[in-house]
Design a protein around this ligand. Structure first.
Ligand code: ZN
Length: 458
């Protein structure tokens, strides 16, 4: 029995080392919030050594960084996939590197052989390397590449359009990231994956190619539902004249938008990354077999619509506010929309009022037996280094913000620091700094710092 368990363990180990399932194929170094061109370059060079991969530099960005395409296969069904035309939308680029690693793995040679004369695959990872370098949506000229499909004023937009005009894809996969607050339907789970078959005119008609894009999405939706049930949403199809997806749809390309979103406790979106790479392989397998044609457009329409701001980072429900003008109950929502690396402004109160009837919190607290309490100002007159422990001690003494010489403060904790300003009020106020306490019987039970709910009694 014991021997059998050991053998099974060794087998499991060797399987994961081979990584011969797409689910398990993860290239190293990309589980992080931002992906730059220098992160993918070594992977591109590595897969380019494979005899079936043709790597080509197809141009340069405004600032001179390389844009590359990788071509695999020589078949009549043409599939084009491109990612990160918005520089801060990193997830699909990582998934494409995983997929390329899978395609070129020795143990998958038979699989590659099974489709490479049926399909031509063109991958253009990271269309916007300049935007990626500073993690912004825009390119280095401040232009949203995805609103440049008609004017083509950017080099990156011209390169993407030229690639499509030359390659003439049957299927186009437009790969993006969406914010963390969409729900898959009203009060649904987080939309970890959202999809769209973009419209090609204002009337949002469905012709043959758009109908087939819808069928293909309906087919892929089954796979998403298997991996992350309830986390799939669909964008509404209002027509966006300047966008690449809509413009490619006009050209008769079966265009499929995949937006990667958040999942609880998954800051680097590794769940969406996994679902993406599984969908890319599924795409190849389904096009090879033709099984996607069994899917129906009605199944596409059955995918719940994305609900905007369905989620907030922190939701404090039904807290009591004691005010000179009368007591009342209120919900408080706080989002952390600051840029990565915590260099942005610390979070503020996003919304007040009845929030919990239409939104959910990644973190939420029933505060119906707690009351709001503004914190006091900790005056800095000597150097202070905040660790989690020392910060918590300061919070326990009722201080929630700092004044005096802020240069004396060094924060090594994971929590944000707030400077005390006049906007700290005795009642919660909109856009005020998210730094306050929740009290019971006059004792501070919790501190709120940004989107962190800190239990002061633990
Ligand atoms: Zn985008």
């Amino acid at each position: 029995m014991r021997q059998y368990a050991l053998a099974a363990a060794i087998l499991a180990l060797s399987n994961s080392a081979l990584a011969n399932t797409i689910e398990d194929t993860v290239v190293n170094g990309l589980n992080k919030p931002a992906i730059y061109y220098t992160d993918i370059e070594p992977h591109l060079k590595k897969v380019a050594k494979h005899p079936s991969v043709k790597l080509e530099q197809i141009g340069t960005s405004f600032q001179g960084q390389a844009l590359n395409s990788l071509k695999i296969g020589t078949g009549p069904i043409k599939v084009m996939m491109w990612s990160q035309m918005h520089g801060d939308e990193n997830t699909a680029t990582a998934a494409l590197m995983d997929f390329l690693s899978f395609i070129t793995a020795d143990e998958n040679a038979q699989w590659l052989k099974s489709w490479r004369q049926k399909i031509s695959l063109l991958i253009i990872p990271m269309v916007n390397p300049d935007g990626a370098a500073v993690q912004t949506r825009y390119n280095a000229q401040g232009i949203d590449l995805n609103r440049d499909a008609k004017a083509l004023r950017t080099k990156e937009g011209q390169i993407l359009m030229a690639a499509a005009n030359q390659f003439k894809p049957d299927f186009g996969f437009n790969l993006h990231d969406q914010n963390a607050y969409y729900g898959a339907g009203k009060k649904g789970k987080q939309a970890t994956i959202s999809v769209l078959a973009p419209a090609y005119n204002e009337a949002r008609e469905v012709n043959k190619s758009r109908g087939e894009a819808m069928q293909f999405i309906a087919h892929l939706a089954k796979t998403v539902e298997t991996i992350i049930p309830g986390h799939l949403g669909k964008y509404n199809d209002s027509y966006s004249y300047r966008s690449f997806g809509d413009t490619f749809s006009e050209k008769g390309i079966r265009t499929i938008l995949i937006e990667s979103g958040a999942y609880p406790n998954d800051p680097n979106r590794q769940i969406a990354r996994k679902v993406n790479r599984v969908l890319y392989k599924k795409t190849i397998d389904s096009l090879t077999s033709g099984e996607w044609k069994d899917a129906r457009i009605s199944q596409y329409h059955a995918i719940p619509f994305n609900a905007k701001d369905n989620w907030v980072d922190l939701l404090i429900d039904d807290i009591i506010v004691n005010s000179e003008l009368g007591d009342y109950q209120i919900d408080i929502a706080i989002n952390n929309k600051g840029p990565i690396n915590n260099k942005g402004p610390s979070p503020v109160i996003k919304e007040l009022g009845d929030i919990s009837s239409i939104r959910q919190g990644y973190t939420s607290l029933d505060a119906s037996s707690l009351s709001f309490k503004a914190g006091n100002s900790f005056v800095l007159n000597k150097s202070l280094t905040l660790t989690e422990r020392s910060y918590k001690n300061i919070l326990k003494q009722g201080y929630s913000c700092f004044s005096g010489d802020m240069n004396k403060l060094k924060n090594t904790s994971k929590w944000p620091v707030y400077a005390c300003k006049s906007i700290f009020t005795s009642i919660p106020s909109l856009h005020a700094p998210a730094a306050f306490f929740l009290q019971a019987d006059g004792i501070n039970k919790y501190a709120i710092l940004g989107t962190e709910l800190i239990n002061l009694e633990s």
